[in-house]
Design a protein around this ligand. Structure first.
Ligand SMILES: [Zn+2]
Length: 317
């Protein structure tokens, strides 16, 4: 019988709106930490104190598995000794190493994309990209994993690729105990924003909402009792939560469809209508959400986009 106490949750503070991040210590043949927290002094102190309660230090950790590349999950990697194994999906690499060519490519990509989406020039700045690295790390993966891989020292757990919230996103599934270490795939108290990203392979940008829907639909097919999430409380009643998330997305898509039934719009003008009070401050987040719904309606063959002078206008089919 699988011993549940082998998964030890540690709650680490973050300065982000989402609140604390949950990281997990898994005692198997190796001592594994799933995610590490952001690069802040408060997070560092909390991690060290929590490990000390188990008579452990950073040096005792054999390996870190990353659920995805966001700063609140990876930043503290900088504090680990060089000997620690760092394991994750290959798409983490340019983010966690802060590859300068990649960051340049990212900035250029978003300037171009946001222009096409109708965002006014004065609102586009490379600051958004730079800020996303502020509490991140400069480390490198020592091992990449993909769908269906097992990780040495972490017996019984299987890697599932679950892109959407991030292209680098994976979860760890333990079939015997029907448990999942879920990163930000499904959270109890907030929806996991599918975020726009620069493509790492090929020319076409990822379609984050479509990827996300496919990823959470996969969860429905798994025997699954409990999720250990990246933020918020542990999740049971998983199917109900998935249904709630899907309904919310469906309603948002209909709202966008309703706006487009009046007249054609750019993604930016829809974003302003959906998020009138926050679109300026949270441009990246709200544009990601808007574009996600437009991608979805396009995939459903309900709307099309037309390019006029370099700007895309969406209208009903
Ligand atoms: Zn995240």
């Amino acid at each position: 019988m699988f011993k549940h106490e082998k998964i030890i949750p540690i709650s680490i503070p973050t300065p982000f709106a989402i609140g604390d991040v949950n990281i997990y210590l898994v005692k198997g043949e190796a001592l594994t930490l799933i995610d590490v927290g952001p690069k802040t002094e408060a997070a560092s102190a909390m991690l060290k104190n929590s490990l000390a309660e188990h008579r452990l230090t950073l040096d005792d950790i054999d390996q870190v598995v990353l659920t995805h590349h966001h700063a609140d999950h990876v930043g503290l990697l900088d504090e680990f000794p060089d000997s620690v194994k760092i394991i994750g999906h290959m798409y983490n690499e340019p983010y966690i190493s802060q590859n300068p060519d990649f960051i340049k490519k990212q900035s250029a990509f978003f300037t171009y994309l946001f222009g096409q989406l109708g965002v006014p020039h004065h609102m586009i700045s490379s600051r958004t990209v730079e800020q996303s690295y502020r509490l991140s790390c400069r480390r490198s993966l020592t091992q990449t994993v993909k769908e269906n891989n097992q990780i040495d020292g972490l017996e019984g757990w299987t890697v599932l690729e679950t892109p959407g919230h991030a292209t680098s996103h994976i979860v760890l599934y333990h079939g015997k105990s029907e448990r999942l270490i879920g990163g930000d795939l499904l959270l109890k108290t907030s929806s996991s924003n599918p975020l726009l990203e620069v493509p790492q392979q090929g020319e076409n940008r990822p379609l984050p909402l479509l990827d996300y829907l496919a990823s959470i639909n996969r969860l429905s097919e798994l025997p699954l009792e409990k999720i250990f999430p990246g933020h918020g409380g542990q999740i049971t009643g998983i199917q109900e939560l998935i249904t709630r998330r899907l309904e919310k997305q469906q309603n948002r898509a209909e709202e966008v469809y309703g706006i487009l039934s009046e007249k054609p719009h750019t993604a930016f003008s829809i974003c302003q209508k959906l998020f009138p009070t926050v679109y300026e401050k949270q441009l990246f987040l709200t544009m990601s959400e808007t574009v996600g719904q437009l991608d979805y309606l396009q995939a459903c063959n309900r709307i099309i986009s037309e390019e006029i002078n370099g700007i895309y206008y969406y209208h009903l089919r």
